[in-house]
Design a protein around this ligand. Structure first.
Ligand code: SF4
Length: 379
């Protein structure tokens, strides 16, 4: 697969900021959309030349909310991608969107330009909860967008949900999951809310004014989702991700399997040729650079081998099927046992890992305490 690559394209605009969000995204910046897209397309073209001998296996357009762009700008990005890269015949091409930002014209444009996977951020089905976290939409918006996308022919849809929201009950969470199981998206992501410092929720937390979910309630919601979705034929394939058979997110699988990816756009993170770097986070600087890669690359870091071993473990163990010792050894040409034998033995004794011949994976207890496991593999 050395000849294949994954691309991430970042669109840093949203209609308004959600109260928990610390992603690189801005609201009320419509006047910057055009210059941003022009710079982005220049960056895409340069990467296209640089990767002339590679085939693109997955593309993920994320944000922000990519579908807030006007049609003409969206079309420019999609055409530039197609003109700049060779796509593999099994291309997975995803775009993130929010309910209320999809309409007939946008969906047709996406479909006609090779996008074959939609990821929609629903987060919860209770309008009161959606409002309390600053979302721009209600359940009806989602429902309309989802069914319109189906009608227009999208056959691979992911829906994101968040649990442990302030004031969310287990009953709320169960009813969000029930609703999704009824409409049957191919993929469901369930993320636990993380309160980041530089967000309105972070501020409320520091003032002691946020009603945060307890750890026990967080775990109850997670276990509920695991059991309920598995009972309803969704495979739990990664800590936070569930899919119908053969609908795992290939883009994310590539990242968890420690394969290279290149990111274009503001703040995009790349991992290529054993190096990691990210694009600048300053919107003005990005636009002024006119997409010149060398002017926007920051924090270029050659990843030392010891770090590569550790990262391979953290990422691979996120997958429910875990990692193969043979694959680790064939990739790094080093004895797995010498590096990690003692750690694995200890974690198996603690019932956090399961070792099954050539395979190592998190136990059910390990899924809840994955950070402790990952920390053990830091060299
Ligand atoms: S829509 Fe997504 S990126 Fe935009 S503010 Fe909300 S969480 Fe952040």
């Amino acid at each position: 697969m050395d000849n294949y690559i994954s691309l991430y394209i970042h669109i840093p605009f949203c209609k308004s900021k959600c109260l928990y969000c610390d992603f690189t995204s801005f609201d009320n910046m419509n006047q910057k959309m055009r210059p941003y897209v022009l710079a982005l397309c220049e960056e895409i073209k340069q990467y296209g030349e640089f990767l002339y001998d590679k085939k693109v296996d997955t593309v993920f357009i994320g944000g922000g909310t990519p579908t807030v762009l006007p049609l003409v700008l969206m079309e420019k990005i999609l055409k530039t991608l197609q003109e700049s890269f060779k796509f593999s015949s099994s291309l997975e091409f995803t775009i993130e969107s929010n309910p209320g930002t999809l309409n007939k014209d946008m969906l047709h444009l996406l479909k006609e330009n090779k996008i074959n996977r939609l990821s929609i951020g629903l987060q919860a089905t209770q309008n009161k909860l959606l409002k309390s976290i600053g979302r721009i939409h209600n359940l009806e918006d989602f429902d309309n967008n989802y069914h319109l996308a189906r009608k227009i022919g999208f056959k691979n849809i992911n829906v994101d949900l968040i649990f442990s929201l302030p004031k969310q009950t287990l009953k709320d969470w169960a009813s969000s999951l029930e609703y999704l199981v009824k409409i049957e998206p191919e993929h469901i992501s369930c993320y636990s809310l993380i309160i980041e410092e530089d967000t309105p929720f972070g501020k409320l937390k520091s003032e002691g004014r946020l009603s945060e979910a307890s750890e026990d309630s967080d775990r109850d919601m997670y276990h509920y989702a695991r059991n309920f979705l598995q009972e309803n034929k969704y495979k739990h394939y990664e800590i936070s991700n569930f899919s119908k058979a053969s609908f795992e997110s290939r883009h994310n699988l590539n990242c968890w399997e420690y394969k290279p990816y290149l990111a274009m756009g503001l703040g995009g993170h790349s991992f290529f040729n054993g190096e990691r770097y990210h694009n600048c986070y300053d919107l003005e600087k990005y636009i002024d650079s006119k997409g010149k890669i060398e002017d926007i690359k920051e924090d270029i870091e050659k990843i030392p081998l010891a770090m590569q071993y550790s990262e391979y473990m953290f990422l691979g163990l996120r997958l429910i099927e875990g990692i193969s010792i043979k694959e680790f050894e064939s990739r790094f040409k080093i004895s797995f046992d010498k590096l990690f034998g003692d750690k694995v033995k200890k974690l198996v004794e603690m019932q956090l890992l399961i070792k099954d011949g050539n395979n190592i994976r998190l136990s059910t207890k390990g899924l809840d305490l994955s950070n402790i496991v990952f920390a053990e593999f830091l060299l």
